[in-house]
Write a protein that binds this ligand. Structure first.
Ligand SMILES: *Cc1c(COP(=O)(O)O)cnc(C)c1O
Length: 362
């Protein structure tokens, strides 16, 4: 199987570790000792109880999630969290602060506005979202219900290096595109959420890591499916959870542990990103979108001198087995997403390709 694979630079759903795919394929028809596929088992069975329990324990261990925090395995993507966060955490008469660093944070704000009062604590939209604001630029409401940030801006290729510290106000973080890509301090956040499909698993699973006191904010009048309290009380089994996505994410967590954990993977991710940025900086032919101090290790965005060359670059790259390099439609250009499971060798192949493309067309 591995021989037929291209290098998948897609932004999400995205590349998964080959050993995980191979294990899932091997066990797809019958889980060892169970005699049924993971696609066929009850979510209330002992087998699934074990799968869910191990996935949770491994994720907790990877991110050193402290006691006092729950992991919820939900559906609806990060996009549903744009609504669930304010529905559960933004009380009547309160206001929530949002930092706008891209399309996803704007969408989060748009949904929050439907639920209650909001403020924009900072925005870099006037600079085409090419950078992350400095902490000193944040205009924080002293009594905000929470402060919402997007830790990695998938579309623009920017990433926070250190999270802002809003003091007593809980920090809420959309970590969809850099979840478990580096060590992160869970205790500095009240709630962290993300879809699994960028760094952690297949589409269909949304992880929410939430501090227990914040779960208590969920109003009893909320629809059950939209209440953190209901999902926490049910141990993520209030209704049928995405069994297969949880199983596969559990395998990815085991793969991450076997790779040496988050500091180890962060080092590899740093190295991959540094090689690509070095190539972008080597020449005027390529121009990075993100300001140097705000560059993402997950999504590397760049442009060529004109759109004709960009189209030629994409077509030739695809012919050579480098897939998914087209930038998001809102910024154009090129984007190389190099999540945890993206192999280092693929970065070297892209760098060689960039050199050769410049030699021929530069
Ligand atoms: C992909 C992405 C989303 C949207 O995720 P869905 O799971 O499709 O709802 C939200 N935020 C960020 C930062 C993303 O990268």
């Amino acid at each position: 199987m591995a021989d037929e694979r291209v290098f998948n630079f897609g932004a999400g759903p995205s590349v998964l570790p080959v050993p995980v795919l191979e294990e899932a394929r091997r066990d797809l028809v019958a889980l060892p000792g169970v005699g049924m596929s993971v696609l066929e088992i009850s979510h209330r069975s002992k087998t699934f109880e074990r799968i869910l329990g191990e996935a949770e324990a491994d994720l907790r261990s990877l991110a050193s999630i402290p006691p006092g925090y729950r992991i919820l395995f939900l559906q609806g993507g990060a996009s549903l969290q744009f609504s669930m966060v304010p529905m559960n955490l933004l009380g009547a008469g309160q206001s929530a602060d949002y930092v706008l660093t891209g399309v996803w944070s704007k969408k989060a704000l748009k949904e929050a506005k439907r639920q209650g009062a909001t403020r924009v604590a900072a925005s870099t939209e006037a600079e085409a979202f090419a950078r992350i604001p400095a902490e000193a630029e944040l205009d924080l409401g002293p009594a905000a219900a929470y402060l919402h940030v997007t830790s990695n801006n998938t579309i623009y290729g920017t990433q926070w290096t250190t999270m802002p510290d809003p003091g007593e106000v809980p920090l809420v973080c959309d970590a969809s595109s850099d979840f478990f890509s580096r060590p992160f301090d869970v205790s500095s956040c009240g709630l962290i959420y993300g879809g699994a499909q960028k760094n952690l698993g297949p589409a269909g699973l949304t992880l929410v890591i939430v501090r227990e006191d914040l779960i208590e904010r969920s109003a009893e009048t909320l629809p059950s499916m939209l209440s953190y309290k209901v999902h926490a009380a049910g141990g993520s089994l209030y209704n049928t959870p995405p069994v297969f996505a949880i199983y596969l994410t559990g395998l990815v967590a085991k793969w991450l542990l076997a790779e040496g954990g988050l500091s180890k993977i962060a080092g590899i991710n740093e190295r991959k990103a540094a090689r690509l940025y070095a190539e972008i900086d080597r020449t005027e032919f390529y121009r990075g979108h993100a300001a140097i101090g705000s560059r993402s290790r997950m999504n590397v965005t760049f442009r060529l001198p004109n759109e004709t060359l960009e189209a030629g670059f994409l077509a030739e790259a695809a012919r050579q087995g480098l897939d998914g390099l087209k930038g998001h439609r809102s910024v154009g250009g090129l984007r190389a997403s190099i999540y945890n499971a993206f192999p280092e060798q693929g970065v070297d192949v892209l760098v060689q390709f960039m050199k050769e493309f410049e030699r021929v067309h530069g």
